[in-house]
Design a protein around this ligand. Structure first.
Ligand code: HEM
Length: 253
């Protein structure tokens, strides 16, 4: 298995390279990560639609609830494959505990750690939902609020860890996911929870500030050359890439 740097067609700035691996498992990690993110976004979207009690004659509420449940389970399946391929691939050593315990990894510790947090939250959300009839509604709901943390943390993980972040269609896909959730969360804040005006206003403010801060971080961080090193990629991988495909200083992502 070799470590190499390749130019990604159709999207990267000229001269930019990405640190990547040639193994099918690493490709699978990247592909399943993106599919898991889309499914998690759909699950979140159907959850939000269900919370605003969206219903039409041709779209009864049980359809939304069924889609919410099934996209959540599918998101879990793809995340598990994403984790298994990451752990099995020998491109970098990422032991299984790194998938559950945040910030202990030697590979991009902060950004991989956010993936671990999202995964732990996802497991908690799905396990408590499967056991819903055996626990109080209050406890289930408390855990379910974790979805509002799980999804943005997963988005940050994908952008911070992902090799493909600057590729145009991947960036477009992620921005599309964020736009869908921002609109539905805005709808939820505008129409749901009528008796909590102050909390809704605080939520709307937090939403806008998060979007602005997220956009600024993305522009100054993962989209800039040299992100691989700044994100905490082990030095031997960053150096290995320059040996295989020399790039102008500072152009290694
Ligand atoms: C809810 C949970 C998770 C979601 C939705 C998710 C999603 C993603 C996405 C969208 C990417 C970017 C892929 C790309 O740029 O092509 C990614 C990258 C990655 N994820 Fe996750 N992830 C999750 C949890 C985890 C966990 C727990 C691990 C730890 C084993 C992990 C390991 C990785 C690695 C190593 C990469 C970098 C792959 C690359 O080089 O592009 N992820 N993830």
């Amino acid at each position: 298995m070799t470590t190499m740097a390749v130019a990604v067609p159709g999207g990267l700035p000229p001269g930019a390279i990405v640190v990547t691996s040639s193994t099918p498992l690493w490709y699978l990690t990247r592909a399943t990560g993106l599919v898991a993110l889309v499914l998690l976004t759909l699950s979140m979207a159907f959850g939000l639609l269900s919370s605003v009690r969206y219903t039409r004659p041709a779209w009864p509420r049980f359809v939304t609830i069924g889609l919410h449940r099934n996209t959540s389970l599918l998101a879990l399946v793809f995340t598990v494959i994403h984790v298994v391929t990451t752990v099995t691939d020998s491109f970098v050593s990422i032991p299984v505990q790194d998938a559950f315990i945040p910030f202990i990894s030697s590979y991009r510790p902060l950004w991989l750690g956010l993936g671990a947090i999202a995964f732990d939250l996802m497991l908690a959300l799905i396990i408590t939902s499967l056991l819903r009839t055996r626990m109080s509604y209050r406890s289930w709901r408390l855990v379910h609020w974790g979805a509002y943390l799980c999804w943005p943390v997963a988005v940050l993980h994908g952008l911070g860890t992902g090799t493909d972040t600057p590729v145009r269609w991947v960036l477009g896909l992620t921005v599309g996911c964020v736009a869908v959730i921002a609109v539905l969360a805005g709808w939820r804040l505008a129409y749901g929870w009528p008796s909590h005006a102050a909390a809704r206003l605080a939520g709307a403010l937090a939403l806008v500030l998060t979007l602005i801060a997220g956009g600024a971080w993305l522009t100054a961080g993962p989209l800039q050359p040299g992100w691989a090193r700044r994100a905490g990629t082990p030095e031997r991988l960053v150096n290995g890439s320059s040996r295989a495909n020399p790039a102008p200083a500072g152009r290694t992502r």
